[in-house]
Design a protein. Structure first.
Length: 128
């Protein structure tokens, strides 16, 4: 269920390495828990993030949730189309539902995050 070409955080974000950059979004489990997403707030390009800090918020019909940076680095791209059409988070969270692209300060830090199998176990445990 969770693609092995990316890594995952316990806060339910995913990160996919693409050369010297990392694409970030929330997992299918997270969007499912949120319900229909109606609003998204993302950072500006150029913002420096620290791993674990809040980089934005996602609002659904059920709740408002903070988004957490999976790695430290500079925001180099923001998915502005997603801000205008946040429902893509629900329909394609691991594809068109991506949120930001970061240039990691330490690319090796991504390897310390969970793989798909470990994240699936976490999501299964949270669901119980």
């Amino acid at each position: 269920m969770y693609p092995d070409d990316r890594r995952y955080t316990k806060e339910h974000e995913w990160v996919k390495t693409e050369g010297d950059r990392a694409r970030v979004g929330i997992t299918n489990y997270a969007q499912n828990q949120l319900g229909d997403v109606v609003y998204l707030e993302l950072p500006e390009v150029g913002r420096m993030l620290k791993a674990g800090e809040t980089f934005g918020t996602v609002e659904s019909v059920k709740a408002v949730s903070e988004l957490y940076a999976p790695v430290s680095g500079e925001v180099v791209e923001v998915h502005s189309d997603l801000v205008a059409n946040p429902e893509a988070i629900n329909t394609d969270p691991h594809g068109q539902g991506w949120m930001i692209v970061v240039k990691p300060a330490d690319p090796g830090a991504i390897a310390s995050l969970m793989d798909g199998k470990a994240y699936q176990a976490l999501a299964d445990g949270d669901a119980k």
